[in-house]
Design a binder for this molecule. Structure first.
Ligand code: NAP
Length: 535
């Protein structure tokens, strides 16, 4: 343990300098609060700082996946393409940090090791790995839903003595796979982006696939000057559409149920959606996430496309997802993923009934085979939603550990607060619409709502809030009853905790959509924050 230094008293601490933490820091400074932000990395960017693997790209459109709070930043920053790649998104985060002078508000390369509520003095005691201790009225967790990588079951990874890379902490230096035998484990959104890039370089690429994902062509496009100036002229309208949509972003919405039109027309619309790329299917029919039969027909259409693209029928059949609804796992958008399997140097290792058992010095050992490798890439996903908050000691009233509160599953109010944890805010926490909504819009909405509440507390002469157990229970009932209406919980995913052994199962996502969520939050504020006890 590092030696403890002096204690600094603050109005607030902010944990994390991703897009949520950056905007929170900006707002708290505007409000004149005394606060410190902490970030484990040496710079801003959050998930986009760490996930710098080849092919990393956002599958939400760049104009959506950007801050809307500053007209100046919108005008000064120019996106180069429809779906931005990681270097451009990280450059954007750095640009915002420079433009708003946010870096002095954070202590970088600093991890928070504990956050404990002091019942007697009604404040948070926050300690860092540098040995510093802070006492703060508010503790604001901007720790992100995807910041703690999953430790795969076949570990330890250190058993492999060749070059080992994790997509979630990719090195800053250039990595060359030229002339190497490379293994990739994991075929979620991340693995699917890695495959075509590494396939270009590697002598041999072995893709270890357990559950095949549905992925659709991204068909990314570059922006030209004319388009960009039109875009910049229309930002206010773009934001307005985004903030009033279920996704929190601009995406076509359909009111047309799948079976409301004849088969031929459905087929023709699906062909158009495939050609258009992106998530055009979700804008073509209204009921793909609630009607199992409609969902299965679209899934079958996509399976047909995989058979068309992948030349070897045996490989195509292995790549075809079955047994869960399309769009129930996070739908992936790819650039030549299936095409990569037509290259002679790309090999699919089907891990269904052939689980990876262990790693050794120079190989991955599955139940049925040993694959010798020079380099191994781990893209096995994250301990999503709750991982970051359970990664250090967080204790609420009466010393209640967060891990105990969440022993049977993460519970919260609006994904922003928890009974028993007064004056703590979560930005994009579990049981809000994060991961099903545009997280930048949600970050902004959460931060604005939290800051309005902080203002309200101080204006009313109070200094402490806590959500009632009753209000939290009611919110959780709503989250659960909405979840039952969708097909999203019907797949084994990180959305439901099913990717982590021993993690409580259950969809920790509000599926009512961004607009409805935002309306609920606004209504609570308009009614004077009734579900909160202020004192
Ligand atoms: P993921 O979707 O959870 O995928 C992890 C993959 O690793 C799955 O294919 C999983 O197979 C496999 N895996 C895990 N343990 C394994 C084992 N023991 N043996 C074999 N395979 C194993 O994680 P991700 O791809 O990192 O994506 C996570 C989320 O990040 C996405 O859902 C998305 O929200 C976000 N993301 C977004 C983008 C984007 O915007 N384009 C890009 C990357 C990530 P099983 O399913 O069988 O466990």
């Amino acid at each position: 343990m590092p030696e403890m230094k002096s204690i600094r008293k603050l109005d607030a601490v902010v944990v994390g300098a991703g897009f949520g933490g950056m905007y929170m820091a900006y707002k708290l400074r505007e409000m004149g609060l005394d606060f410190v932000g902490f970030e484990a990395a040496d710079d801003v960017g959050g998930v986009w700082y760490w996930n710098r693997y080849p092919g990393a790209r956002c599958d939400l459109m760049s104009v959506d996946y950007s801050y809307g709070f500053s007209r100046e930043i919108e005008q000064e920053w120019t996106w180069s393409e429809q779906f931005a790649a990681q270097p451009e998104i990280l450059a954007y985060a750095k640009f915002v940090a420079d433009r708003l002078n946010l870096r002095p508000l954070f202590q970088f390369e600093t991890r928070v090791v504990s956050a404990k509520w002091d019942d007697d003095r009604s404040l948070w005691i926050v300690a860092t790995d540098k040995g510093d201790v802070f006492e703060a009225t508010y503790c604001i967790m901007a720790t992100g839903p995807l910041s703690v990588p999953k430790e795969p079951e076949f570990g330890p990874l250190s058993n492999f003595k060749g070059e080992l890379y994790r997509t979630a902490s990719w090195p800053k230096e250039n990595v060359s796979f030229e002339g190497k035998r490379v293994g990739l484990i994991g075929t979620g959104s991340t693995g699917i982006q890695v495959v075509p890039e590494v396939a270009k370089e590697a002598k041999e690429l072995y893709v270890f696939q357990r559950t095949p994902s549905f992925t659709m062509p991204m068909r990314n496009t570059k922006f030209d000057d004319e388009f960009t100036s039109e875009l910049k002229r229309h930002y206010p309208q773009i934001r307005s559409v985004a903030y009033n949509s279920p996704l929190g972003g601009v995406r076509p919405q359909s009111t047309r149920p799948y079976f409301s039109i004849p088969l031929e027309q459905r087929q023709s619309l699906m062909e158009d959606a495939w050609k258009q790329g992106g998530l055009a299917f979700l804008g073509t029919f209204s009921d793909l996430l609630i009607n199992e039969e409609a969902n299965e027909e679209v899934a079958e259409f996509v399976r047909g496309k995989i058979r068309q693209v992948v030349k070897d029928p045996e490989t195509a059949e292995k790549l075809i997802p079955r047994g869960y609804p399309i769009f129930a796992r996070r739908p992936c958008l790819d650039t030549h993923y299936y095409e990569a399997f037509n290259q002679p140097n790309v090999h699919l290792i089907d891990c269904i009934g052939n689980e990876i058992e262990r790693l050794s010095d120079n190989a991955v050992h599955t139940q049925n085979e040993t694959v010798e490798l020079d380099a191994l890439i781990i893209a096995t996903g994250f301990d999503g939603m709750t991982g970051a908050l359970l990664n250090f000691e967080v204790t609420g009233k009466g010393g209640l550990p967060l891990a105990d509160k969440w022993a049977d599953g993460a519970s919260s109010y609006l994904g922003m607060m928890m009974h028993g944890f007064p004056n703590m805010f979560l930005i994009c926490g579990p049981n809000g619409p994060a991961v099903l909504a545009n997280i930048i819009s949600l970050n902004e909405q959460n931060v604005d709502w939290i800051c309005a509440l902080i203002d309200h507390i101080s204006e009313t002469g109070q200094h402490c809030f806590e959500v009632t157990q009753e209000a939290e229970d009611q919110w959780m009932d709503e989250v659960r009853s909405l979840a039952e209406l969708t097909l999203v919980s019907k797949a084994k995913t990180w959305y439901t905790g099913a990717n982590i052994q021993g993690k409580p199962r259950g969809l920790t996502v509000y599926t009512g959509g961004f607009k409805r969520y935002r309306d609920s939050c606004d209504e609570i504020a308009a009614k004077g924050y009734e579900p909160l006890v202020l004192n």
